[in-house]
Design a protein around this ligand. Structure first.
Ligand code: ADP
Ligand code: MG
Length: 349
């Protein structure tokens, strides 16, 4: 049918709204036992039996949250799902279903939306969630994509932001700062491309950080790992805005303070070398970068032996009484107040 996807441009008006919905969603078969009815009626029907239901939504707007100059639509579809699943996992819950709503301008051909839905389909398959509905409408300009993720958890397993206690350990999964540095590379290449469209840059030395920006993975494995280790965090949040802002959320809502140790923050070697290249402080990037979609949680000190040495988990600090405030303890062992924007915190030094 379509020989070369890049050349074919089928106008959305050729299909009409219902033809478009049917075309984009026809291959999405529900697999979850909790999905009683998926796409095709006025509403989907779910049954979580005696479990609690977790619901979260994120809206992504072209020009604000993504730039199609370097964000392939397939990656955008995948990332839009990841951003939402990450919030479900941050409740220590299992993600089970998503809905996807899109508003598209007539600048987009059908083939573009097929790419977007290929990314959504890949995410659904990899993360075992059902696409159960959504909405489709036109926009005057640009693309908007809104995803709702639904999940389930036993009420006693759910972890909120407000349960951290003084002396709890602060733990982060994976490594941080990569997504932000990947974005710096993509922004730089976009400028180079504007000047010389024939330039074919070799970005292989940045592959990890570019992937962190374009194809982030939500930490589905962490709630499962914690269960296996017999650890229930006292508080948890996902890292969408950077370490310092998320730590402040945990501290404020739990009414505790914290000491974060600069030398404990996990950084990939590519983040360190790219920070050197851009002459940016890698701690700043970890604190303020964002979009890493790792999980940040607190555990009771008693649980430390259970997580000790785990390659996915780094202890980066500990909580304190609220009156002690929130601090970054630098490599030079000075205490710097932690602010929502880590940049400012270090500039004041
Ligand atoms: P309604 O008139 O009730 O809004 P629609 O015709 O918009 O119904 O949708 C028909 C079905 O297709 C519904 O099950 C809806 O959830 C689903 N749907 C609509 N748009 C999308 C989309 N972009 N992605 C996934 N499912 C969609
Ligand atoms: Mg509709």
């Amino acid at each position: 049918m379509i020989e070369d996807k890049d050349q074919q441009r089928t106008s959305l008006s050729e299909l009409g709204e219902f033809g478009l919905i049917e075309h984009l969603t026809k291959d999405f078969e529900p697999h979850r036992t909790s999905t009683i009815k998926g796409i095709g009626d006025d509403a989907a029907i779910l049954d979580f039996k005696d479990k609690n239901t977790v619901v979260t939504n994120d809206l992504l707007v072209e020009g604000v949250h993504f730039d199609l100059a370097y964000m392939p639509l397939k990656h955008l579809g995948y990332k839009a799902v990841m951003v939402n699943l990450s919030d479900v996992y941050a409740m220590n819950a299992t993600a089970t279903q998503i809905t996807v709503s899109i508003a598209v301008s007539n600048r987009f051909p059908l083939e573009a939306l097929e790419e977007l839905y290929a990314g959504i389909a890949l995410a659904c398959n990899m993360y075992d969630v059902d696409l159960i509905g959504g909405d489709t409408t036109s926009s005057g300009k640009g693309l908007l994509i809104s995803v709702t993720a639904i999940g389930e958890a036993n009420s006693e397993d759910i972890v909120y932001r407000n349960g951290a206690k003084a002396n709890d350990l602060l733990v982060v999964t994976g490594d941080v700062g990569g997504a932000y540095m990947g974005l710096q590379i993509l922004e730089r290449e976009k400028e180079v491309f504007k000047v010389n469209p024939n330039n074919q840059p070799d970005l292989s030395m940045y592959s990890y950080i570019i992937e962190r920006q374009l194809k982030p993975e939500a930490r589905k494995d962490i709630p499962a790992l914690l269960r296996e280790l017999g650890v229930k965090p006292t508080a948890m949040i996902d890292i969408s805005d950077g370490l310092s802002s998320e730590i402040l959320h945990l501290c404020k809502q739990s009414e505790v303070g914290c000491n974060l140790y600069e030398d404990k923050i996990p950084l990939d070697p590519q983040v360190i070398s790219t920070c050197e290249e851009f002459d940016i402080n890698s701690t700043m990037v970890a604190l303020s970068g964002g979009e890493d979609y790792e999980l940040l949680f607190t555990i009771s000190q008693e649980d430390y032996p259970k997580i000790k040495g785990n390659p996915h988990l780094s202890v980066i600090g500990h909580m304190t009484p609220e009156s002690e405030g929130m601090h970054l303890v630098s490599r030079a062992n000075t205490k710097i107040p932690l602010k929502a924007r880590g940049w400012n915190a270090l500039r004041e030094e």
